[in-house]
Design a protein around this ligand. Structure first.
Ligand code: HEM
Ligand code: NAG
Length: 325
């Protein structure tokens, strides 16, 4: 009896082993479009480069789009889908995501050159990388082979971190996605680019807590400037640069700002005030090349979250709509 049971388990193990290489062959690969669409990455880069020549802020938009894609249902371009109940309608996304037309523009070109071949999710991952190169001066290789999902639901975007999060909560949210504490701090360096609307930080200026109307961890000059830009109650749609020192450079200035109380969000400043992450902030602040390497590696890991590969999902024709609609 025992022997027959073991026999069954050994067969079972062999089957599992046989299945493993197939699963591995469906993981993301650098050079995925080498044969099917060799120009894919150059096409994306040219489109991103032209867009940034007109408006550097689009680079920030593309990097954030990729982050918001990957954290919600994985990197499946679900963030690009339009719809009444889509991720795009979630408060974390609505009226603040940008760069959609750049992704769609690159995708249109690729559809004419290599129909039904390059996924919107890959276009977005390439575009976020190109934005980092054009604004940060460092380039990294992006494994590809993502497929596009067919579902986008508003409530799924609840997993996105709000700007009020503490270092502990951020650690837990990123861990949930398989990313380390160091990945989290390295990726937050993307806040060295782009802008925020007043409501994302105005509680730090006017309604911090019962004893302190203003967040004491914020530099006084920064607080004065922000109060002028976002007069009470701080709900207007004005935008402010996340990194006032070098707003269009993807660099370690973000970490140096934190060391001077000049982080815009609670979720930024906490990285310096919390003993959990302060040493990482200090180390990135003084090692620009070390940070760039960690940022690139963390972006590649983020870009692999819950991806669809092989025959899963589809290659969307238009990034804003699923095929067949
Ligand atoms: C750590 C947790 C994070 C929180 C709480 C957070 C929160 C936010 C918020 C509230 C905004 C401004 C929205 C607005 O009011 O317009 C923003 C902007 C931005 N975020 Fe994050 N974020 C986080 C992580 C990341 C990551 C991991 C990336 C990319 C790797 C990223 C990239 C950006 C960029 C580039 C912008 C500027 C977008 C633009 O100018 O269009 N963020 N973030
Ligand atoms: C308000 O925030 C300050 C500074 O972080 C803190 O010391 C104080 O205990 C807080 N007060 C309340 C009532 O939460």
């Amino acid at each position: 009896m025992l022997r027959t049971m073991w026999g069954c388990c050994i067969v079972f193990l062999l089957v599992l082993q046989a299945a493993a290489p197939t699963a591995a062959s469906h993981s993301l690969k650098v050079g995925f479009y080498e044969k099917s669409c060799p120009q894919a990455q150059n096409v994306v880069r040219d489109v991103v480069s032209n867009a940034l020549a007109a408006n550097k802020g689009i680079g920030a938009g593309l990097i954030r789009l990729h982050f918001h894609d990957c954290f919600v249902r994985g990197c499946d371009a679900s963030v690009l889908l339009e719809g009444r109940d889509s991720e795009r309608m979630h408060p974390a996304n609505l009226n603040s995501l940008r760069g959609f037309e750049v992704v769609e523009g690159a995708k249109d070109l690729l559809e004419s050159q290599c129909p039904n071949t390059v996924s919107c999710a890959d276009v977005l991952a390439f575009a976020a990388r190109d934005a980092a190169e054009l604004l940060g001066g460092f380039r990294y290789k992006v494994p590809a082979g993502r497929r596009d999902g067919r579902i986008s639901r508003n409530s799924d975007a609840d997993v996105l971190p709000p700007p009020t999060d503490s270092a502990e909560t951020l650690r837990d949210r990123f861990a949930e996605k398989g990313l380390s504490l160091e990945d989290m701090v390295a990726l937050s360096g993307a806040h060295s680019l782009g802008v925020s609307h007043c409501p994302s930080f105005s509680t730090r200026l006017y309604n911090f807590n019962a004893t302190h109307p203003q967040d004491p961890s914020m530099d006084a000059d920064l607080a004065d400037y922000l109060k002028r830009r976002c007069p009470p109650p701080g709900t207007d749609r004005t935008t402010v640069s996340l990194d006032l020192a070098t707003p269009n450079r993807l660099d370690v200035q973000y970490y140096r700002n934190l060391q001077r109380g000049r982080g815009l969000f609670t979720s930024d400043q906490t990285l310096w005030t919390s003993s959990l992450t302060a040493d990482k902030v200090a180390s990135f602040a003084e090692k620009p090349n070390g940070w760039a390497k960690k940022y690139a590696a963390a972006m590649v890991r983020m870009g692999a979250i819950d991806v669809l590969t092989g025959n899963e999902g589809e290659i969307r024709v238009k990034c804003a709509v699923v095929n067949g609609l």
